[in-house]
Design a binder for this molecule. Structure first.
Ligand code: NAD
Length: 489
């Protein structure tokens, strides 16, 4: 068994309590590693290390170019260990190794992007209204950052937080999801190797209600960056109010994908499938709400169903596998309940709706790709995130109706429009209330472009320059070069 540790103040240590947690392979339920189960005491120790490194250490005053060089080195080490990291991610999450290799390229790209941005955030001179003075704006680190990530894209989500926090001179405590911590642990080894000083980046392993809650409510933490579900996000907002922490929240999505009759039919079918069933639908930006124009609805659904029936489910390590298992038995049960609700609500099950029957899949948390038709916005399956391999299909007859359906959600993370009429596409995107809208594309993102949600999908942005701004405070400095008495009093 592979025993891991947490990383506090530059040292690999066990949990104060001695408690441990087994990490399970979702393909066969075998134990793949054992990690410390930290609690509030471990978290406080990590926060104290990060606080001291920020207040008394040199990281925040290290030249930005040097911080950028260390972050670039992390990117290089991730590229060096890409295969090992990709296999570890697949073991931990069940996703295909091919998909994990793509994740690792993206992750190295995120560290590289922020390494390049490190010394391009120098501030600006303001035209001062006062003669003989200098007015300037500088960007400074926020301080001690708590970072909490989910299980679906463990290392990718961590990279979106680690890289911008480091280049801007913050210190941090990361808490990965308790069920998928392995690649994050490995990257902390690489950060150590790259020369991140002791205390600057700390890793605590444990549950949300202990470690996560302590990070959110601790007075010595200045910022919380959280990616996860809406219910947890709301709890964190409340806890963070204790010292008015800065907050960055990347919450869920129930993302509409509008298909007009004049779209390229085959490409739209293909991308509608990719937009949802990648990583078994466990993607915040999955296009799970298909909104299809009436005149092509039946043909479109038939084409989806025919393709879905041929999906190959299996081990992420089998090169023919297209879709792996869900993350856990608990999550599988939630997806099953969601599908049962859909049936009760009167939606039509066009395909799927059960666990697969193949004997070789029985030890894993597999669920068949599922499509519901005859869906309406009143149904909870159209409103709630399934976070599994399930699509709901709604029908529309006018452009206005399509937009209305698309916006009828508490979420506003992402959405797509498929049409060859570019004027119509622009009319639609202008009205769609989401942080990212794709035209004739779905689920594409890259480090240069901001990512985040409107409405209850979150607060703030990750990636791009905005993702870096989340980790800085803005200071205005005014210097009078010729001070004079005011003589008012
Ligand atoms: P979750 O909210 O259950 O857990 C996320 C993290 O929060 C975990 O590390 C967990 O331990 C921690 N946590 C739980 N309770 C906590 C508490 N009281 N205080 C502090 N931390 C706590 O989410 P999940 O099931 O791991 O991930 C799935 C969710 O994440 C989905 O809703 C999905 O849409 C969302 N997500 C969003 C994005 C995005 O970019 N917007 C990306 C990935 C996932």
């Amino acid at each position: 068994m592979n025993l891991k540790q947490q990383y506090i103040n530059g040292k690999w240590v066990g949990a104060n309590s001695g408690n441990k947690r087994d990490i399970i392979n979702p393909f066969n339920q075998e134990v793949i590693a054992t990690v410390p189960e930290s609690d509030e005491l471990d978290t406080k120790a990590a926060i104290a290390a990060a606080r001291a490194a920020f207040d008394d250490g040199e990281w925040s005053s290290t030249p930005a170019t040097e911080r950028g060089n260390i972050v670039r080195k992390i990117a290089e080490l991730i590229e060096r260990d890409k295969e090992e990291l990709a296999r570890l991610e697949s073991l931990d999450t069940g996703k295909t190794v091919e998909e994990s290799r793509g994740d690792m390229d993206d992750i190295a790209g995120v560290f590289r992007f922020y390494a390049e941005q490190a010394d391009k955030n120098g501030g600006e001179l303001i035209d001062s209204p006062v003669p003989n003075s200098i007015s300037r704006v500088v960007h400074e680190p926020v301080g001690v950052c708590g970072q909490i990530t989910p299980w679906n894209y463990p290392l990718l989500q961590a990279s979106w937080k680690l890289a911008p926090a480091l280049v801007t001179g913050n210190t941090l405590i990361m808490k990965p999801s308790e069920i998928t911590p392995l690649t994050t642990i490995k990257v902390f080894e690489l950060m150590d190797e790259a020369g991140v000083p002791a205390g600057v980046a700390n890793l605590v392993l444990g549950a949300g209600h202990t470690v996560g809650a302590e990070l959110s409510s601790n007075m010595d933490v200045d910022l919380i960056s959280f990616t996860g579900g809406i219910v947890t996000g709301k709890k964190i907002m409340q806890a963070a109010s204790v010292n008015v922490k800065k907050l960055a929240l990347e919450l869920g999505g129930k993302n509409p994908n509008i298909i007009f009759a004049d779209a390229d039919f085959d490409i739209a079918v293909d991308q509608a499938l990719n937009g949802v069933f990648f990583h078994a639908g466990q993607i915040c930006s999955a296009g799970t709400r298909l909104i299809v124009e009436e005149s092509i609805h039946d043909e479109f659904v038939n084409a989806l169903v025919e393709r879905v029936k041929k999906f190959k489910l299996g081990s992420g390590f089998d090169k023919d596998t297209q879709m792996g298992p869900l993350i856990s038995g608990e999550h599988l049960a939630k997806v099953e309940e969601y599908v049962e609700t859909g049936i009760k609500e009167g939606a039509t099950l066009a395909v799927g709706g059960s666990r697969p029957e193949e004997p070789e899949l029985q030890n894993g948390f597999f669920y068949l790709p599922t499509i519901f038709t005859d869906c309406t916005t009143e149904m909870s399956i159209v409103q709630d995130e399934a976070f599994g391999p399930v699509i709901t299909v709604e029908k529309f007859s006018t452009e206005e109706e399509a937009i209305k359906l698309a916006n009828d959600s508490i979420y506003g993370l992402a959405g797509g429009v498929w049409t060859n009429d570019i004027v119509k596409a622009e009319r639609c995107v202008a009205k769609m209330r989401m942080g990212t809208v794709w035209i004739n594309e779905f689920n594409l993102y890259f480090p240069h472009a901001p990512w985040g949600g409107f409405k209850q999908s979150g607060i703030g942005r990750e990636l791009g320059n905005l993702g870096m701004e989340e980790y800085t405070e803005t200071k205005h400095i005014f210097q009078n070069l010729k001070p004079e008495a005011i003589n008012w009093f």
